[in-house]
Design a protein around this ligand. Sequence first.
Ligand SMILES: [Zn+2]
Ligand SMILES: [Zn+2]
Length: 73
Amino acid sequence: MKVQCDVCAADAASVFCCADEAALCDACDRRVHRANKLAGKHRRFSLLNPSPSSASPSQMPPPLCDICQVRIG
Ligand SMILES: [Zn+2]
Ligand SMILES: [Zn+2]
């Protein structure tokens, strides 16, 4: 699943900014968040490599099969 960058709408987003509630590609992430000190404090998480420490497993229910709605695994 690919998420498109909310800023340029051209590239695939690689990070999601919680403060902006926007998905950004690498280039836009750098441009937006290096623009000023405040933006640099935005918490972002990677859409490509979700870090286990930031996402609690209990908050992320396992995906269900679209067809049978039975838990995979
Ligand atoms: Zn972009
Ligand atoms: Zn931001």
